[in-house]
Write a protein that binds this ligand. Structure first.
Ligand code: ZN
Ligand code: ZN
Length: 114
């Protein structure tokens, strides 16, 4: 399984493209390490591309979803599924959001931002 890895300018580098997420005022957005967005979903996914922006609380993550130059912020619950086929000590919870398109984070074999 490979990442979508679609990338482009971010809404925080171009504020007019940003739709406010409602629940979270922009000044509370976690800082993002990159000035471009990179899609963390599986290659060939349906719907919008998605990049994790940061953690708001243990059960709330801020994501930016986009298609072309239309960006939407979304507060989503983490997926947290882990691979049932590996021993519990080696299990890593999925870093994507709950209900993401197929491909948990631990199923990808390529590097994100690669
Ligand atoms: Zn994508
Ligand atoms: Zn997952």
């Amino acid at each position: 399984m490979y990442h979508c890895n679609a990338s482009g300018p971010s809404p925080w580098s171009d504020p007019p493209n940003t739709e406010p997420p409602g629940a979270v005022p922009p000044e509370q957005y976690p800082p993002h390490l990159y000035d471009r967005v990179v899609c963390e979903l599986g290659r060939g996914h349906d719907g919008d591309c998605a990049d994790h922006v940061g953690e708001l609380s243990p059960d709330a993550q801020l994501w930016v979803l986009w298609e072309d130059d239309r960006f939407t912020y979304a507060v989503l619950r983490p997926c947290c599924m882990s691979d049932p086929t590996v021993p519990p000590v080696q299990q890593e919870p999925c870093t994507l959001y709950a209900g993401h398109t197929p491909g948990h984070s631990w199923q990808f074999t390529d590097m994100l931002h690669g």
